[in-house]
Design a protein around this ligand. Structure first.
Ligand SMILES: [Fe+2]
Length: 320
């Protein structure tokens, strides 16, 4: 077999100067990563969510990054992230409730439909040169939304997808687990556990997803969201927590974690799929404006925007 290559990138989230916040460094870092990925000349690009900074409230950010990605000289396959749609559900607010209302951030069907209307189905599977590729948005687990039922149906059916292949690569935005596959559910109300809660999938959904992976012959699972690279193997499945090109997080959490900016390159040959971390060639130091995280509506000041626009039109579009 002629060796070939695919690339995985996540958390590109370039943002927009029309927004209440903007980090031009993230746009510039995406421009850099984009050129580097084109230089790799992969057969295909996997995008592990957070394509946008605030697509969860701005439809135009999703449309703009879609237009950008559509000009790439190879096909790409994306899954949504929480910044494109909404967060994993919680019934309780967490320790950061002064700046964010966690319950209000629970992903909604309207947000998911908006993403699907632009990017197409959240769940997909196909085979390229003898390798199966699949993607889905696990954060709907436990939401009770109609999209959750659809996700479980799709996951249950994945084991029957034909043809069965020796390698099956699946991408998701949230990590299936943060520290260990058998970790407890982290407590959103505990300051030290907020981020571990925010980054991973809770039980009983985690075990149900792992069972579906095993039944479907998944060999590699790549996740985003954490912006810190780490690699584990569970029951023979390689779990790759991907780096981000935009900005680093969680860099001191794991002794073997690496928050360096960049993306992952995978080279496929007869014998194996070899993974290589590709560091970002240039890191932008450009300064922006506005708050980080998930600010409450009262903390979103559009008068800061560098690119002035008709705010009512902007938000009318969001309600559509
Ligand atoms: Fe995320």
């Amino acid at each position: 077999m002629q060796p070939w290559t695919f690339v995985h990138v996540a958390d590109i989230q370039p943002g927009s100067p029309k927004s209440f916040r903007y980090r031009p460094a993230w746009q510039e870092n995406w421009d850099t990563a984009r050129q580097q990925i084109i230089g790799v000349d992969p057969d295909l690009l996997l995008i592990g969510g957070d394509l946008s900074a605030d697509g969860w409230i701005h439809r135009f950010e999703l449309a703009e990054i879609k237009a950008d990605l559509d000009t790439l000289p190879f096909p790409y396959y994306a899954v949504p992230g929480n910044m494109d749609t909404g967060n994993k559900h919680t019934a309780r607010n967490g320790t950061r409730c002064r700046e964010r209302d966690d319950i209000d951030l629970n992903v909604t069907s309207a947000q998911l439909r908006r993403y699907v209307g632009i990017f197409g189905p959240m769940e997909w599977t196909h085979v390229h040169k003898g390798v199966r590729f699949s993607g889905f948005y696990a954060a709907v687990a436990g939401s009770g939304l109609p999209e959750e039922a659809g996700m479980w149906r799709w996951l249950a059916g994945l084991k029957d997808a034909e043809p069965r292949t020796a390698e099956h690569v699946i991408i998701m935005h949230y990590a299936l687990f943060v520290d260990a596959i058998d970790e407890p559910n982290y407590d959103i109300t505990d300051r030290d556990q907020y981020l571990p809660w925010y980054f991973g999938i809770d039980e009983p959904h985690r075990s149900r997803i792992l069972r579906a992976f095993k039944a479907a012959g998944v060999t590699i699972c790549i996740s985003g969201h954490i912006h810190c690279r780490k690699h584990d193997v569970v029951d023979g499945i390689r779990f790759d927590k991907a780096p981000a090109p935009s900005f680093a997080q969680f860099g001191t959490h794991w002794p073997d974690g690496d928050p360096s900016l960049g993306f992952l390159r995978y080279d496929v040959s007869d014998a194996r799929i070899a993974r290589t971390f590709v560091p970002l060639a240039r890191e932008s130091a450009a300064q922006g404006y506005g708050p980080g995280g998930h600010p409450r509506p009262a903390l979103r000041d559009y008068s800061l925007a560098w690119q002035k626009t008709d705010l009512s039109a902007l938000l009318d579009e969001d309600r559509a």
